[in-house]
Design a protein around this ligand. Structure first.
Ligand code: ATP
Length: 462
């Protein structure tokens, strides 16, 4: 059996990923030249390719390749009333507690869970007592001198010209979907059951952001609201969505053994929810929520109908009845998915006494598919041929041309980017048989392929 990792190993694993991400242009700490800003990150050139590939994979699987799901792209700023309707203005709170000595701020439920294993999320009234009774000390300075546990609303507030009340940066993408429900009904030929999907930014003023891109204040979600008839037997549909969520994380590289389900206990469910299950992943810092799936009943449509005074019922042309559909909400965090893809791909191999670091991404999400090299950069004929191949292949695959440094160094760089194939033009290409060397990232095997056959070769491999 694999041994449990200790704290040092966990930190080391994350440090290696963070350092590789910076070195190889996946992710940079944002605003770095100004000293950084509260755990925010910019996706660099390879990071954005990886991100786009994952989004595309998701969109294909859950929108384009399904006849029962349509997509939208709604705004980040929405009518403030909608957050009253959804309960976010009053209820989207976390519990915070401050250490009076070192002034460090914590999420009270996280502090208690780490110290006692007890999950008190949402049970604000029990938290002060739990901290006192368990004499939980400040993890930062070790003192026992806490403020009272306070509610903190996680929505970012801003102002909009012409609007008197505050407007909010959306804390989840789902809101925009509910308020377009009527437009979709009126303009698309949707029939229950059907889903509306969206990928986009969400903002939460998290009390403590951290663990790299696991908990950010600005992040992206990929969400679906799947509307069903209120009398439908929903359990099999719910189970199928869970299966699809688990399938998706494996498609980006996760190992099945690192995924588990965590069903919320009935007493922890929101009053409207029939069932909520988190899909958790074994991050280096423990099993944590990766995705969520909730049966939200008719809460959202009913609330938005009440607050907007619009009828948000669905008319069934066959039975001639009007119903308020129920909704299942599969929610995927994009940045957490990217973290899983990075952690799953990271591999160290011992090769002839040296450590090879290689990102074994599934090919479909690899940021670069083919790297093209001339053997030497000071041989114009090699360079010309390699550039011709680049010009030819770039329309079908994300390619990169590189002529800097030794071939060995160029391979190592592409291994860390996770490029499945490196193609080298050498003297044999020009003088002998018009073939190039193709080196496979995972097996490191090298094959000679005729330039005329490259398209077929990659069509087969990629
Ligand atoms: P957590 O318990 O970790 O705070 P949550 O239950 O509040 O998460 P949801 O409201 O269910 O999260 O949001 C749906 C998904 O959005 C989560 O499963 C996660 O993947 C992602 N997500 C939520 N908050 C963040 C964040 N601060 N940073 C990055 N991703 C996030």
């Amino acid at each position: 059996m694999a041994k449990a990792k200790n704290n040092n190993q966990q930190t080391l694993e994350m440090e290696k990923i963070v350092s590789l991400c910076k070195r190889r242009s996946f992710l940079f700490p944002a605003s770095e030249i100004y000293g950084g800003l509260a755990n925010s990150y910019s996706y660099g050139p390879y990071g954005v390719e990886l991100k786009n590939n994952i989004k595309q994979l998701w969109w294909k699987k859950f929108v384009s390749q399904r006849s029962d799901v349509v997509g939208i792209d709604g705004p980040i700023l929405l009518h403030p009333k909608m957050w009253e309707a959804s309960g976010h203005t009053t209820g989207f709170n976390d519990a915070l507690v401050d250490c009076k000595k070192c002034k460090k701020r914590f999420r009270a439920d996280h502090l208690i869970e780490e110290a006692t294993g007890e999950d008190l999320e949402g049970e604000m009234e029990k938290m002060d007592a739990a901290i006192r009774e368990n004499e939980i000390k400040c993890p930062e300075c070790g003192s026992f001198d806490w403020s009272e546990v306070k509610k903190f609303n996680l929505m970012f507030q801003t102002e909009m010209n012409g609007i008197d009340e505050p407007v909010y940066l959306r804390p989840e993408t789902a809101g925009a979907i509910f308020i377009e429900f009527k437009n979709i009904l009126n303009s698309m030929r949707v029939k229950l059951p059907f889903g509306i999907a969206q990928i986009g930014k969400a903002f939460r003023n998290e009390i403590v952001a951290g663990n790299f891109i696991f908990r950010l204040r600005e992040f992206e979600q990929m969400e679906i609201e799947y509307f069903i008839h209120p009398e439908t037997k929903w359990e099999p549909i719910f189970q199928n969505w869970l299966k699809l969520q688990e399938e998706f994380v494996q498609e980006v590289g996760a190992d099945k053994k690192d995924i588990r389900r965590n069903e919320h206990e009935p007493e922890k469910l929101s009053h409207y929810s029939h069932k909520t299950v988190d899909v958790e992943y074994k991050f280096p810092f423990g099993f944590k929520e990766l995705y969520g799936l909730a049966h939200r009943g008719d809460f959202d449509l009913t609330q938005h109908s009440k607050y907007s005074r619009e009828n948000l019922e669905y008319y069934d042309p066959e039975t001639k009845e009007k119903v308020t559909p129920h909704v299942l909400e599969p929610s995927f965090g994009l940045d957490r998915t990217i973290l899983v893809a990075l952690l799953s791909a990271y591999t160290e191999e011992e090769i002839e006494g040296e450590t090879r670091v290689v990102m074994k991404f599934p090919k479909k999400i690899a940021p670069v598919k083919i790297a093209i090299f001339p053997l030497l950069k000071n041989k114009p004929k090699l360079v010309k041929k390699a550039q011709e191949i680049f010009e030819e292949l770039k329309y079908s695959y994300t390619c990169e041309y590189d002529e800097v440094g030794s071939i060995g160094k160029r391979y190592r760089r592409q291994d860390e980017i996770g490029t499945p194939y490196c193609l080298t033009v050498d003297f044999d290409t020009l003088e002998k048989d018009n073939t190039v060397t193709i080196r496979d990232r995972d097996t490191m095997e090298q094959t000679r392929v005729n330039i005329k056959e490259l398209k077929d070769y990659f069509a087969d491999k990629l």
